[in-house]
Design a protein around this ligand. Structure first.
Ligand code: CTP
Length: 399
């Protein structure tokens, strides 16, 4: 439909960027990027008028985004028409505009285009040998100033390299290490770096990229004061399994970035960590819960217990939040780790195991008051220990 709508206006429309790259790699991708040699906002509006969904136009940048009802997102950008003197025999204006647009991009594998207009529908346009770089599994820059012009690309290079298990082409690797040596990432706002970091946390296997950032010496420019020790690896590897365990136990899905960031910031000197956090656009709640996580060390407190039973752990961990639970499971080691897991699992069954509540206590003739909380808490601990299973046992325990 996009090609037809563009044809009606005599505009060129090309699929570009990550969608084309992933199409050629056979990887699913639901985000379409379209370059329009014409008007991106108008083409977006036409698309949505015909197929439904919402359009958001950014007049200033001459771009628009359509969220189609089928969950597909289509970004439209207008190929900038710049003043240019064309020698008569050179390519058409349309081709030059597309080439210019693609040349501004980060890597050759992201600078491929597919024509959507009817006459050349499906034609792969490859000005910069992106296809052979895909085949050779290379991340290659389009020009040497790219990392300096847009330092977020340093992090993108690592993300794509690790996602597809590609290699940085030697010249690109060289330009990257120069940009790192020049501390290029310090020239952009912490928030822009943060956005890229969040994209890394959202990858299938973020730990590979996080480790690669360390190998390339990039971390000190992302979070000043972070000292990357190899021991961090063990906790990072546990993040995703722990988030899954917490979701199984509590039904709460913790945000990945929150847990990864906590692990990383615990390796950062505290003043720098707090100063860095204060610069990020995150919610007040997120900021304060992260700061609390930096101070809290429940895992260390539990570590000294040898083989604590569920009752004892209940006394310590009854009010533990899902994030607190994740931190404990991340940092606890040795025998006690099994006990803690067992306790958290058992705790989810407490509502079925506990046969008493305030009403029952009332019927037993116990005067309502703060004593109810204490009695029920002691009962919970005993139930978790498996000491009082039946209603009769539990009543006897209360008496
Ligand atoms: N792009 C760029 N420089 C950036 C960000 C983006 O040149 N700093 C270009 C690339 O051509 C990229 C396209 O814009 O392919 C779309 O960007 P984005 O949606 O961020 O990336 P994708 O390549 O689609 O990657 P992902 O699979 O992570 O969404």
């Amino acid at each position: 439909g996009i090609g037809r709508l563009a044809d009606e206006n005599n505009w060129g429309a090309y699929l570009v960027g990550g969608f084309v790259r992933d199409l050629l790699l056979g990887v699913p991708n639901l985000d379409l990027d379209i370059v329009v040699v014409g008007s991106a906002p108008k083409l977006a509006e036409k698309l949505s008028a015909e197929f439904g969904g919402n359009v958001r136009v950014h007049e200033k940048f001459n771009t628009a985004t359509v969220h189609l009802p089928s969950d597909i997102k289509v970004d439209f950008a207008t190929a900038r028409k710049e003043f240019y003197e064309y020698p008569a025999a050179l390519p058409t204006i349309e081709e030059t505009n597309l080439r210019e647009d693609l040349y501004r991009r980060d890597f050759t594998v992201n600078a491929l285009a597919i024509c959507l207009n009817r006459d050349e529908f499906g034609l792969l346009i490859d000005f910069f040998c992106g296809y052979s770089d895909l085949e050779e599994q290379r991340i290659r820059l389009l020009h040497n100033l790219s990392f300096i012009e847009d330092p977020t690309r340093i992090l993108r290079a690592v993300r794509f390299e690790q996602r597809y298990q590609f290699q940085l082409e030697p010249q690109t690797a060289h330009v990257l290490s120069n940009a790192v040596a020049e501390e290029a990432l310090k020239n952009i706002s912490p928030d822009r770096v943060w956005n890229e970091l969040k994209l890394i946390f959202a990858e299938n296997d973020p730990v590979k990229s996080l480790r690669r950032l360390a190998e390339l010496g990039i971390w000190p420019q992302i979070i000043p004061g972070l000292e990357w020790k190899n021991s961090i690896q063990e906790s990072l590897n546990k993040v995703i399994p722990v988030i899954t365990a917490v979701a199984d136990i509590t039904g709460v899905s913790l945000e990945r970035w929150l847990v990864f960031l906590t692990v990383i910031l615990r390796e950062t000197d505290e003043t720098s960590a707090v100063a860095w956090l204060d610069q990020l656009s995150i919610t007040k709640e997120q900021r304060s819960s992260l700061k609390r996580c930096l101070e809290e060390d429940s895992a260390a407190m539990l570590q000294d217990l040898e083989t604590p039973g569920p009752g004892e752990l209940h006394k310590l961990l009854k009010d533990c939040s899902p994030l607190g639970m994740a931190l404990i499971l991340l940092f606890i080691k040795g025998q006690v780790e099994q006990n803690v897991y067992q306790y958290f699992r058992l705790r989810t069954r407490l509502p079925q195991l506990l046969k008493m509540d305030g009403k029952v206590l009332g019927k037993m003739g116990i005067e309502p008051g703060p004593v109810y909380g204490k009695v029920l808490f002691a009962l919970e601990a005993a139930v978790l220990e498996g000491k009082v299973e039946t209603v009769q046992d539990q009543q006897r325990f209360v008496r």
